[in-house]
Each structure stands twice: as C-alpha cells, then as structure tokens.
Design a protein around this ligand. Structure first.
Ligand SMILES: C[S@@+](CC[C@H](N)C(=O)[O-])C[C@H]1O[C@@H](n2cnc3c(N)ncnc32)[C@H](O)[C@@H]1O
Length: 405
C-alpha cells in the first residue's frame, strides 16, 4: 500500500508479528521511530496460534467474530489478512470493539500498513447487533470493565459460541477464570507460554446477560455534585486522592487575561469530568473543552455536564491528549495526567501532554497539574515552560502551575 512509507515504520526494531500464516506489520500509536516497545505481546501470538490449531472448528466459513480490546490491531488485522487465504475464500465478518482512541488510531494506521481498508472500532457503548459465533479478547486491566462487557457481549453471542481470550500472566488475576465461568460458561486456562495464557470458554451459562452498560457513582457534597461513570472510567467509585488536592486550587477567572472575553478552560484527560465540572461552577462564563482518549470517559463527562450544566458551551473530544484543540486558544489547561496507556507504564504520556498543553495555551495562559511527588513533574515543567511554582501539596501529591510566556 502506498501510504506505508508516510505512516512511518521502524528500522532496527521489531515491527513484524510473525504468525503461522504470515507476517503483519504493527506499530504503536503515535508512531515514533525511537519507540522501543512492540505493538503486540506474547498473549496476542498465543491467541492467534491457538485459533489456528482449532480451524475450522471454531471459525466456520461465514462466522461473525467480535474482537474486544485489541491493542493496535494485532488480532483483527491478522485475522482479516489471513483468514480468507487460510480458509479458502472465508466469507465471515470481523467487528472490533475498543474503548481507546489510541488503540483505534493505531489499528487504523496498521490496517493501512498491511494493505487493508481501514475499519474503525465500535465504542463499547454502541455495540453492533448480534448474533456472533465467536468472541476474541485481550484481557483489559480493569476487571469491572471486563465483567460489564462480558455481560453485554453475552446477549450478542449464539448459544454454544466460543469465547477465547489471552493475557500476559502478570495481568491475569485468579478471579478472571471464575468470572468467565459465571458470566459466559465453562472455562479452561492453557499452560503458560512465553509468560502468557489463553482462556477458552464456551457460552453455556443459563444466566441472562445485560443489554445496558454498568454505571458507578459517588457524591461530592462539598461541591454539590454526584459523579456518574461508565465501567472503564478512572476512579469511578470515589474521588481520586490527587484530584481531591487539585479541586480547591482550580482558579476563578473573570475574563480571559488577553482579550477580555470569557475564558477558555481545558480539562485535559477529563475522566468523568470532575475537574471540568468544578471549573465550570467556579467560572460561570467560561467556555470549556474536555478531552480524554476513552470513549467511556467522554460519555460519562457528557452525561455529568448534561445533569448540571445543560446550557453551557462545552466541547467534548475523544482524542489523544489535545490533538484537535486549536493552538494558542486556551487560558487555562487543567490536568491530572495518566500514568499508563495501553499497558505501557511511564511518564512519556504526561510528557506528550505537557508539550501539547504549551501549544494550546495563549501567551500568559497557565497549565495546572497534579501529580505524585516522586514523578518529578516540576523538572519537566521548568524545562518546558521556564517556570513552575507549587500551588498545593501534601505528603504524596503536589499541584504545580506553569505560565506560558
Ligand atoms: C488520572 S486520570 C484523571 C481523570 C480525571 N481528570 C480525574 O481527576 O478524576 C487520567 C485520564 O487520562 C486518560 N488518558 C490516558 N491516556 C490519554 C491520552 N493519550 N489522551 C487523553 N487522555 C488520556 C485516561 O482515560 C484517564 O481518564
């Protein structure tokens, strides 16, 4: 495909997933030639190898297959590329479901790298119509989310459908197998291979599934708010302790420092929107922009805003950090940065967010963040903005502010 070159691909690093059928090129998103992490892991390989051993028994000719929580397309792309060859003009359908904008964007670029037409994943809140013959999944870290989705997938699966998942052993708690047995049906776990396991279930439980998504909530009487969240939202049952230190520091602005117009406040990585809601209450004329890469987070934030500020001018963007937000447009960017993304832990995501925050701030605009003390965010901010000061702190967290000059 001609856009392979434009999309970028690695040199001197492994970006080819070798399956028994052939090779798939996979990069993480956003593409970075210096990136050391691969876009797949041994659990993806183990799942694909197990499927191949069970062809055509598990995947009939015209099977409809659901793929849940695929990371950058390792599963979906391999199946779309090779099933029609391996099974002699296979005529089935593959539908992917993912909460993550990043995983979806990575998968779209990887589909193009592999010469496929790019198909977008469905949101976990807008599932396709059933019935499906097979559900494949990469186990998500958040087990409440997994349980919620199993109950909702259950009603989309044919009786007797196979449900095959994989996880690295370090991300596979003992509670997963009983959960699968209760929600789907009899489940067995494979032996470990390269520190990964495959879980094989058959849809034979008599338990009914659920068609609506699970919602958790907590109340914040001091801010007169009740926050509702879908299952894959950060800190959905109680206010995060870093956010608790952050909320009182959220500023009250009369006007934009520059233009005298109503201020523009961005809640970057908004989760259920708690930071944006407190900013909206404290700044009745402000225009708000809320971003998060999770579909469930954006949907929760939208519902929470509709409950308290149905008339306010608010933009909700499911995106990577501040991608799509106009440069030099914001008076304040508020953020409790994430510490992991697609199972990759580290401060690279926060660093990306800091750079983008500087870009979207007006000159004179301010970036306010909360972080764990040990992460050393003050050094990064000082380097980037040339200034940083402490707005609040306790033993574990610190709220830092930098001004864009
Ligand atoms: C620590 S939580 C903060 C949530 C909320 N602001 C709060 O304080 O409760 C970080 C959020 O970052 C989101 N996130 C992770 N990676 C992201 C990315 N690349 N772009 C945008 N949001 C991201 C997660 O979905 C999560 O909602």
């Amino acid at each position: 495909m001609s856009d392979t070159h434009d999309l970028g691909s690695a040199s001197g690093r492994e970006n080819e997933l070798a399956t028994p059928w052939g090779t798939v090129i996979l990069e993480r998103y956003p593409f970075d030639a210096r990136e050391k992490l691969r876009a797949w892991d041994a659990a993806d390989e183990y799942l694909l190898n197990t499927l191949i051993e069970h062809l055509p028994q598990w995947i009939p000719d015209n099977a409809r297959i659901l793929v849940f929580n695929d990371q950058f397309g390792a599963l979906g792309i391999s199946l779309r590329k090779f099933l029609p060859v391996a099974m002699n003009a296979w005529q089935g359908e593959i539908v992917s479901v993912s909460d993550s904008w990043i995983a979806n964007a990575g998968s779209i670029e990887n589909q193009k790298r592999n010469g496929l037409d790019a198909e977008t994943s469905c949101s976990p809140l807008e599932l396709p119509e059933g019935p499906f013959d097979l559900l494949l999944y990469k186990l998500p870290k958040n087990l409440a989310y997994f349980e919620d989705m199993l109950q909702r997938f259950r009603v989309l699966l044919k009786p007797g459908a196979m449900v095959i998942g994989a996880a690295m052993v370090k991300y596979l708690p003992a509670s997963v197998q009983p959960m699968l047995t209760a929600k789907i049906g009899s489940t067995s776990a494979s032996l470990a291979w390269k520190k990964a396991r495959v879980l094989v279930s058959q849809c034979d439980t008599q338990q009914p599934g659920h068609s609506g998504p699970a919602i958790a909530s907590y109340s914040l009487p001091e801010y007169e708010l009740v926050l509702r969240s879908f299952s894959n939202v950060f800190s959905r049952q109680q206010l995060d302790i870093g956010t608790r230190l952050f909320l009182p520091v959220i500023p009250q602005l009369q006007h934009s420092a520059l233009s005298g117009e109503p201020p523009v406040i961005v809640d970057l990585a908004c989760g259920n929107g708690v930071v944006g809601l407190v900013a909206a209450r404290r700044n009745p004329t402000a225009r708000l922009i809320l971003t998060d890469e999770s579909a469930m987070a954006i949907a929760s934030a939208k519902e929470n805003f509709m409950a308290y500020f149905p008339e306010r001018e608010v933009s909700f963007m499911q995106t990577d950090a501040l991608r799509g937000v106009e440069k030099a447009s914001a008076d304040w960017v508020l953020c409790n940065p994430p510490f992991h993304e697609q199972n990759a832990v580290g401060d690279h995501i926060a660093t990306r967010m800091f750079r983008q925050a500087k870009d979207v701030l007006k000159p004179g605009g301010r970036f306010l963040i909360v972080g764990n003390r040990h992460l050393g965010y003050h050094l990064k901010l000082k380097r980037l903005f040339g200034n940083v000061h402490v707005e609040a702190s306790n033993q574990k967290f610190v709220v830092l502010c930098s001004v864009k000059h």
